[in-house]
Design a protein around this ligand. Structure first.
Ligand code: CZF
Ligand code: MG
Length: 182
């Protein structure tokens, strides 16, 4: 079955496609759903999935994934505003902001929302790591800043990142549920 991943971010699609190979066909839909201003990734993803499903006009279900980077020393900033901060401040300046802190721990969180017109289900994944000076060329977004077990996410192959990442964990929960869907 086909799942339409409503997102403007090709990095997310690549990871979902690789993870769900043999489970579902992932098609990217570049519809710009409303990202509500909320502290809750789950609220943002749920509303986005419902809107995406309604607006993109056929019966195939959709997935929307909202992700945030939560830095301990910055009280969870940029969190749900991570896309805005990446586009405005950028990862180099975020690094400078965190580099003076003793505690550089951070978490990525992803909530995937699946909507089929009847129901909306959510699946979550989290990854704890450390903010470091940017390293590596793989991945996207904040990957070069985020170290897990001695390597940044941008120093891992897509498969290595998927095996441990917030998105990989959310995709695992989705895949388990999807195996018994309909
Ligand atoms: O280092 C990273 N590793 C990841 O695995 C990852 N996933 C997302 N991001 C970044 O975090 C923000 C999320 O915002 P976000 O969920 O709204 O996504 P987005 O705006 O890029 O696409 P869309 O799906 O909303 O269209 C954006 O700045 C993304 O680049 C990541 N950074
Ligand atoms: Mg976004």
């Amino acid at each position: 079955m086909t799942v339409r991943f409503v997102t403007g971010n090709e990095g997310k699609v690549r990871e979902a496609r690789a993870y769900l190979e043999g489970i579902a066909t992932v098609e990217q839909i570049e519809y710009d759903y409303t990202e509500v201003q909320s502290d809750s990734l789950s609220e943002i993803a749920r509303r986005g999935a419902r809107e995406g499903y309604e607006a993109t006009g056929n019966d195939e279900p959709v997935l929307v994934g909202d992700t945030g980077l939560f830095v301990d020393a910055l009280e969870g900033f940029p969190g749900p505003y991570s896309a805005y901060v990446e586009d405005t401040v950028g990862i180099e300046r975020l690094w400078r902001l965190v580099s003076g802190e003793e505690n550089r721990r951070a978490r990525f969180r992803t909530v995937l929302a699946f909507a089929d017109g009847d129901r909306t289900e959510t699946f979550e994944g989290e990854l704890a790591g450390t903010i470091v000076a940017p390293r590596g060329d793989e991945g996207f977004g904040y990957d070069p800043l985020f170290e897990y077990n001695g390597r940044t996410l941008a120093e891992m192959s897509l498969e290595e990142k998927n095996a441990i990442s917030h998105r990989g964990r959310a995709l695992a929960a989705f895949a388990e549920w999807y195996a018994n869907y309909e």
